[in-house]
Design a protein around this ligand. Structure first.
Ligand SMILES: [Zn+2]
Length: 181
């Protein structure tokens, strides 16, 4: 947690959340659901719990789940592909500044053998724009959102098939103020 707070973007998020009267808890439990962690909202915009499935020392997992808390804090909580993309981009920025591996925050597509695939290439081009542009590129974001189910390496096992692309309360791109990542 201290290492996240030491980064520019981590500092911003934690300060904003701590200044509110909402309560955010972090617990360590081992839930055999295959995920590294999850965020559970208390609903009614009143805080929530970040559960780390014994990944207490994993910077990327904690950053990812903190950002889900931040989305909830702004009334934009709930499962969706847009929230997953944002949480991964945020965790990327933290890991990068902290000098840790950004591997876990990678949403690029994996090339299947030497197969030439124009769609996969355009997906990766847009992901690249999201990670490396000085400001958030909305067209790239929407492209990645729409193709995430088909191409993201995060969905190789179909873990996100049930997630809608976006919910009605998720119109603002909260990640935009954290650029450049
Ligand atoms: Zn997530």
């Amino acid at each position: 947690m201290n290492r996240i707070y030491a980064t520019r973007n981590g500092h911003t998020v934690i300060d904003e959340m701590e200044a509110s009267t909402d309560i955010y808890k972090i617990i360590s439990v081992d839930i055999d659901n295959g995920s590294a962690g999850y965020y559970q909202s208390n609903k009614k915009s009143s805080g929530g719990t970040i559960a780390l499935n014994c990944n207490d020392f994993n910077l990327s997992t904690l950053s990812h789940e903190i950002f889900h808390g931040y989305q909830d804090f702004y009334g934009q909580g709930g499962r969706s592909i847009v929230n997953e993309i944002e949480a991964n981009l945020f965790a990327y920025s933290i890991a990068k500044e902290a000098g840790e591996s950004t591997k876990q925050t990678n949403i690029f597509a994996i090339t299947k053998g030497n197969e030439w695939d124009d769609c996969l290439n355009s997906y990766n081009k847009n992901v690249n724009t999201l990670y490396f542009s000085p400001t958030l590129n909305n067209d790239a974001f929407n492209y990645v959102r729409d193709e995430f189910h088909s191409y993201s390496s995060k969905n190789l096992r179909g873990s996100y098939n049930e997630y809608p692309l976006q919910q009605t309360n998720q119109g603002n791109r909260l990640i935009s103020k954290f650029y450049p990542l």
